[in-house]
Design a protein around this ligand. Structure first.
Ligand code: DX5
Ligand code: ZN
Length: 225
């Protein structure tokens, strides 16, 4: 699915389950539950053990998820060094969106341009320590800015309220520059913290633990509809 087609189905606020928190022993059923819950997107966290001290999944998982649920928009979050070396393998596997970290490469503009040239949505992610100013000149090249609301590397961490100011700054920068981008948050998102992020200007909410540990997964999606 190309970028424009995927984005046309988005609601004003999208709750995006994050696969990292799913039961990997039942991954097919877990992905199907995302579809059944009414989600439009699935967030896939890719980690290399270097940029973050953890390992998760690669292009083969993206391809498997695409086979199970071709209707889901697959949002791949690369927490890896030198992401530019791996963009094509994730897109070839079925990724609809690729987000990488500004701290992980010197080839930021080249990587953004390449993702868009491949017809996918291009996102730029900021670790908690990285200020919104870093992305100002890059906003015209991005479709999405991901503000990490935890230190990247693991699901189940506590939300960092100090990141709300950065969400406000990113949204304000985008509005000032006339850039129609998604502002995404990722880490410790639930009904309460998600609402706080929406008020601050986020429209894409990534939730792992909140969604996959909830007894009524559909209600997690609907609370933001
Ligand atoms: C951190 C991961 C997590 C994950 C969501 O690197 O990116 O933020 O997506 O995990 P929860 O929602 O459990 O914090
Ligand atoms: Zn993520």
């Amino acid at each position: 699915m190309g970028k424009d087609k995927t984005r046309s189905v988005f609601k004003p606020v999208e709750l995006e389950p994050s696969l990292i928190a799913a039961d990997f022993a039942r991954i097919g059923e877990e992905v199907q539950s995302v579809v059944d819950a009414g989600a439009h997107l699935l967030h896939l966290d890719v980690m290399d053990g270097l940029f973050v001290p953890n390992f998760t999944m690669g292009p083969s998982m993206v391809a498997a998820v695409k086979r199970v649920a071709p209707e889901l928009v697959l949002d791949v979050h690369l927490m890896i060094y030198a992401p530019e070396l791996h963009i094509d393998s994730f897109i070839d596997a079925g990724a609809d969106e690729i987000t990488f970290h500004i701290e992980a490469t010197e080839h930021v503009e080249e990587a953004l341009r390449h993702i868009k040239k491949r017809g996918c949505a291009a996102g730029l992610a900021l670790r908690p320590v990285s200020g919104a100013g870093l992305i100002e000149r890059l906003l015209p090249l991005a479709d999405k800015i991901l503000v990490m609301t935890v230190e990247p590397g693991f699901g189940g961490q506590a939300f960092m309220p100090k990141m709300l100011e950065k969400v406000r700054q990113v949204r304000s920068l985008a509005q000032t520059m006339g850039c129609n981008i998604d502002v995404q948050v990722d880490g410790g998102i639930n009904a309460k913290t998600g609402k706080e992020c929406v008020v601050a200007g986020a429209n894409r909410l990534v939730a792992g633990t909140y969604f996959f540990s909830h007894s009524d997964r559909r209600s997690c999606i609907e609370v933001f509809s």
